[in-house]
Structure formats: structure tokens, C-alpha cells
Design a protein around this ligand. Sequence first.
Ligand code: CTP
Length: 402
Amino acid sequence: MKEILESKRVLIGITGGIAAYKVNFLIRELKKMGADVRVIITGAGKEFVSVLTLETLSNNEVYSELFPKTGDKRIPHIELARWADCFLVCPATANFIAKSALGLADDLLSTVFISYNSNVIIAPSMNENMYLNKVVQENIRKLREGGHIIIEPEIGELACKEEGIGRLASIEKIIDWIKNVLIYRDEFKGKKVLVTAGRTEEPIDPVRYISNYSTGKMGFSIAEEANLKGGEVTLISGPTFLKPSSNIKYIPVKTAEEMAEAVKKEFLRNDVLIMTAAVSDYKPKRVSKSKIKRENERIQIELVKNEDILESIGKAKGNKITVGFSLETEDEISNSIKKLKKKNLDFIVVNNPLVDGAGFGKDTNVVKIIDKDENIESLPQMTKNELAIIILNKILKLMNER
Ligand code: CTP
């Protein structure tokens, strides 16, 4: 394991946050793994960590000036962007995130950032109110959409003595992401992955529908991770505020019927189907053409069953892999095993939305994975991105065994 990052070139950008001191430990670990590390630091970053320490640990010059000294022929922002196999900004402040979301380039770090078009990882760290600020979240969303990896900060005690989200992710987690990007990146090259996400909406009349609280986060995380691992990804999603990276083939749908049609069509050209969508089990039998008026004391809406998409697919799936998500609030294991069999799945991911850290709209999930032989793996609470990687690794293993 010692040389796992041998000859890999990691560029680290440090901005002005208290967590900057942790980069010293990160560099030490990366060097132990054989990586070549170079550092860019902003003026504010220098307030928090010493250039001498960074130079000593990285065994390289530390860069901060956009314009080279007279007589120096180098163009640092271009050279550094060409040099790096992976570019980590850590810690990333709200200011850096805003600048990079806008494409501003007014210092060396932000200029390298927009000159670099490969593997970017951003590890934000700041006070909770700053992190949850709508503008900051919007900027983070833009960066994600641009294909950059955001390592969510952790919940815990912050430097301002408050408890909350904003602590820099652990060094182990950051290193895992670097490894993921540099080593495991092409694992899905040549593989075609179909993912469904979100909820469906079943119309009652032109202004109302039946649906559920699913936001699509789990499915989008899987699609993004499979895309990062080099897979050719198709994402079919019900209505959501999320936006996929531009190289994911995106098929937005509304109803279960539309989703069924799209899945059946796309499944033909894909190797794997991961069905995270919370498909409405029922739809109104009749859809009123005009808005239903508030005239009667009671009304009844007759519901009819929607097609079970996974069950239909499972009947003729051949050698392809299908994965389902089981949403259960009671008897989760026995009910999920029934679904696994009925839908002819390779494995099923069981989640209970009533458990702490799980459920619709959350960034984390707590699941159990049950395979064909009914082996049950209980996983601790983790982010949906982390879970996505575990699911994809499991799929990869199954693919390699075939
Ligand atoms: N699913 C599907 N088509 C449906 C309903 C669900 O393909 N009409 C898929 C979901 O995307 C999920 C899996 O089946 O991957 C299990 O969905 P879930 O809602 O947990 O179970 P259901 O089969 O709908 O059964 P129940 O609602 O009775 O628990």
C-alpha cells in the first residue's frame, strides 16, 4: 500500500481558513504513499499555515504569485495546471467557492483553477451559517454541476466554538477521494450504466398530483460516481431540482408510465440498471381535464396500480445486472428479500426513511445491502456519495465475476 500513489502528481490549493493547518498532515500522508505534492497558497492562506512548513513537507517550492519575477520565463498557472494529475483545494473558503463558481481569476490559485480541466476535488470548511448560506450552497451546486467533486464538510465542533456542519472532512476521507480519482477512475470505462432517480408525479387534474418526498439525491450520486469512474451513464429522473453533469445522458420524466417506457427503451443498450427512483405505486384511474372544484364535501379518487418497472425488466434481463432500492418502515429484511426475489435482482439496498440519518432529501443514508444469497451487510451512516461508491464497487465485482 505504501507506494499506492507512486508518481501521482497532486496539486493542493490552500485558502484562508483555520483548517489550513490540517493540510500539513495531509501532505505528510500523501508523501508516505509516494505522491509528488505541490502547493499553491493564497495570501489569506499564509495567515494560517507557514510556507516553510509546506515546503519542507512537500519537498517542493510553494507557489503564490500569479506573475513571475522579472527574468523568470515560467508561466506558473499554465505549468502547474499541466503538471497536476489531480487538483485538490483544501480548505476551500466561501470566497474561493464563489470566485470559482463565477470563473473569476484574480490570483494564482483561481487562475490555475480555471486553467485546469481534469480531476478537481474541493474540500470546503467554514462556519455552519456560512456553509448553509443559500448563495454558498448555490455556488457549490454550480461547481458540482461542472463535474467537480465536493467533499462535504463534517458535523462537529467548529473553530468558532459552535457545533454544526463545516469541519473539514477527515484526512482519511480526503485521501480516499484522491485515490478514487487517481487510481479507481477508469473502472467503469466501456460500461454502460442506467440509473433512475427521484419521484414520479401522477396527475389528478391539471394542477394536482400524487407523489412522494424523494428528491433524487441518491440516484444522482450514483450517476455522478459512475460517470467519474469512466462509465457511460444514462440518468432517468422524475421531477427534481438537481442537475446532472453535462456528459451524463439525462432523460427527465414525470409519471411512472413515462419512466417505465424510458427504462425499457434504455435498458436494451445498458449493462446495469440501478433503480433508486421512488416510483408511485398507484395513479388516479381518471385524470380530470379541468381543475376539480371545491364543491362537494367529499370526493373519491380511484387509484389503479402502476406497472412494476423492475419486475418487468427482471423477467428478461439476461446477463445484465439489476439493483433495486427497498423503502420499508417495518419488517425491512423479510419484505426486502421478497422484493429481491420477485424482481429478480442481483442485490437490493434497504433503507428505512424513519431511521436517523436516512431518508428523502438528506445527504446521508443508512442502509443494509442484501444479495441474491440473502447475505445481509449493514452499513453505518454515510453520505450518499460514499454509499454510491460502495454500490458501484459491488456491481463492478459482479461484472468481473461474469
Ligand atoms: N419499483 C419499480 N416500479 C414500481 C415500484 C417500485 O421499479 N412501480 C422499484 C423501485 O425503484 C425500487 C424497488 O422497485 O428499486 C422497490 O421499491 P419499493 O417502493 O421499496 O417497493 P415496491 O415494490 O413498490 O413495494 P411496496 O411499495 O409494497 O413496499
